[in-house]
Design a protein around this ligand. Structure first.
Ligand code: HEC
Ligand code: HEC
Length: 452
């Protein structure tokens, strides 16, 4: 493996551009691509002995560019860092989930519909035979052990049932349960109990929508200044309270960058006549919740009660059950922003909606066509790993509809790729607003949505 040799420190861990007096989007982008914000990670030389991580750079989709030193050789979701005086390593970064491929291109800020958190049972984390053959040094073993402890701690809360689905609320809730309200340091004894329930898994929202939003998260739970909220991922073990606080100015740059992002343009052909007709329907039936687009854009930031939108309630309810929001408010994170459970879901802005399949907060609907016509929504479906398999007519992932769910699938590899809407939190019901349109109106609205 290319990375196995002895690597110079400057190549592994690149120095950031100096901070500017005002938040800088350019620096924010650099930080996302090149700076490690975590202290637990993998010793590069030993990755061959680990499951499920591969640090070979992806081939296939074009990459983002702008990565310096070792980072240019790593997959987008990992950043190089010295994890000990002599241990060259790599840590996870935001782009593991927040850079995704569609139609062969990796797009910054697009939720990664292929990120796979179907993590192994604890025993399979490290292959002992392969590890022994690599003759690890004591320093490498210490780094590996910290990584293993991190994984073992979080696994019960982060395991997902399909690629593209992430149990973000549950595992972040776990990290925060171990953060002292006073010092923000890691504490062994959890501050509040974790729940005995499967986690509600969600899709990853697109970052380019941030510039319109007055609140964050699917339930619109976070209001106030967003900067610290962007740093929740820093609450993983390994970072001290001081490490977290010290990164705030970096994240002001990151936020500036996220607010500068634009959605990718629809790459196919659009009938402008049909799209115009669709705009008229949209502006009559949908704009009250989703706003208007084009010359004079509006966006109401509306939270729609569960009863009205009717989509799967698990993600929203979970926020009430886990004592996460309460504790968040009591920490440094809650000093200039407020986390609070709500009783519904935010009607999101629809900019770049063509690229963000699957749809709804839980990714339960593979295409926009099926989002608009509930009778077309598959109960069970499976899709491949190829980002070019994107259907520009129905707008969304090409997929195969199945006649059975995960429980009835004997082959584990196939089972792991079945989106099963009968599982907890994964229902595809609700948002019936498109069903009230005629077939012609739906076709027109679909055409219009391509242009946003
Ligand atoms: C393991 C995957 C994962 C990683 C890593 C991750 N996120 Fe997220 N992020 C998510 C998911 C899933 C959500 C949606 C959570 C919800 O609302 O339930 C989310 C939500 C967000 C939002 C809110 C978006 C909105 O429109 O409401 C922001 C901003 C964000 N993440 C920024 C970051 C930053 C910055 C990092 C790195 C420090 C990061 N995320 C790391 C998965 C991830
Ligand atoms: C009463 C408010 C309301 C109306 C009216 C409404 N929507 Fe929505 N819409 C929502 C909410 C809330 C969500 C998020 C639901 C969820 O994720 O569980 C949503 C989600 C969506 C999504 C999926 C977004 C994503 O990122 O996955 C699309 C597309 C959409 N709506 C299009 C439309 C269209 C087109 C119309 C008009 C025919 C419409 N909506 C009417 C509230 C509304």
């Amino acid at each position: 493996m290319l990375l196995a040799g002895c690597l110079p420190r400057w190549f592994v861990q690149v120095d950031p551009p100096v901070a500017e007096p005002k938040p800088s989007a350019t620096r924010g982008r650099w930080l996302l691509l090149n700076k490690s914000f975590l202290k637990v990670g993998l010793p590069l030389r030993l990755t061959g002995a680990l499951y499920p991580v591969s640090l070979e750079a992806e081939d296939g989709p074009t990459l983002l560019g702008g990565r310096d030193g070792l980072n240019d050789l790593l997959p987008t979701g990992y950043t190089g860092r010295m994890l000990g005086p002599e241990v060259a390593g790599a840590t996870e970064n935001c782009l593991l989930c927040h850079a995704g491929a569609v139609r062969g291109d990796v797009v910054m800020g697009l939720g990664n519909a292929f990120v796979d958190a179907q993590l192994p049972k604890d025993a399979d984390l490290i292959d002992a035979n392969r590890l022994a053959k690599l003759e690890p040094t004591p320093e490498e073993l210490a780094v590996l052990d910290a990584w293993k402890q991190y994984q073992l701690g979080v696994l019960p809360y982060s395991r997902a049932t399909t690629p593209g689905s992430i149990a973000a609320l549950y595992f972040t809730g776990y990290f925060f349960a171990h953060r002292s309200a006073e010092t923000l340091d890691w504490v062994e004894e959890p501050v509040y109990p974790m729940l005995e329930t499967p986690p509600p898994e969600t899709d990853v929202p697109a970052w380019w929508l941030l510039k319109k939003k007055k609140c964050l998260y699917y339930g619109c739970e976070l209001t106030g200044d967003f900067t610290r909220s962007l740093m929740q991922f820093m609450s993983v073990p390994g970072n001290s309270g001081e490490d977290i606080r010290a990164a705030e100015s970096d994240f002001a740059d990151v936020l500036e960058y996220l607010r500068s992002l634009e959605p990718p343009k629809f790459p196919g052909r659009v009938s402008s006549r049909l799209a115009e007709a669709g705009r008229a329907v949209f502006n009559e039936r949908c704009d009250g919740c989703h706003g208007r687009y084009g010359e004079l854009p509006t966006y109401p930031n509306r939270v729609v009660p569960l009863k009205k939108v009717g989509t799967d309630p698990a993600r929203s309810e979970f926020m009430h059950r886990l004592k996460f929001a309460e504790h968040y408010r009591a920490t440094w994170y809650g000093q200039n922003s407020k986390m609070q459970a709500t009783d519904g879901y935010l009607a999101p802005p629809l900019d770049g909606i063509w690229a963000t399949a699957p749809y709804l907060h839980n990714g339960s609907v593979p295409t926009l066509e099926a989002l608009l016509d509930p009778s077309l929504r598959p109960k069970y479906f499976t899709r491949g790993r190829d980002s070019t398999a994107y259907d520009l007519e129905r707008v969304g992932w090409e997929h195969e509809v199945l006649d059975h769910g995960q429980a009835a699938e004997p082959d584990p590899a196939r089972r792991a790729r079945i989106y099963d809407t009968t599982l907890y939190g994964k229902g595809n019901q609700g948002h019936e607003f498109g069903a009230r349109l005629s077939a012609d109106e739906r076709r027109a609205v679909l055409e219009y949505l391509k242009t946003l």
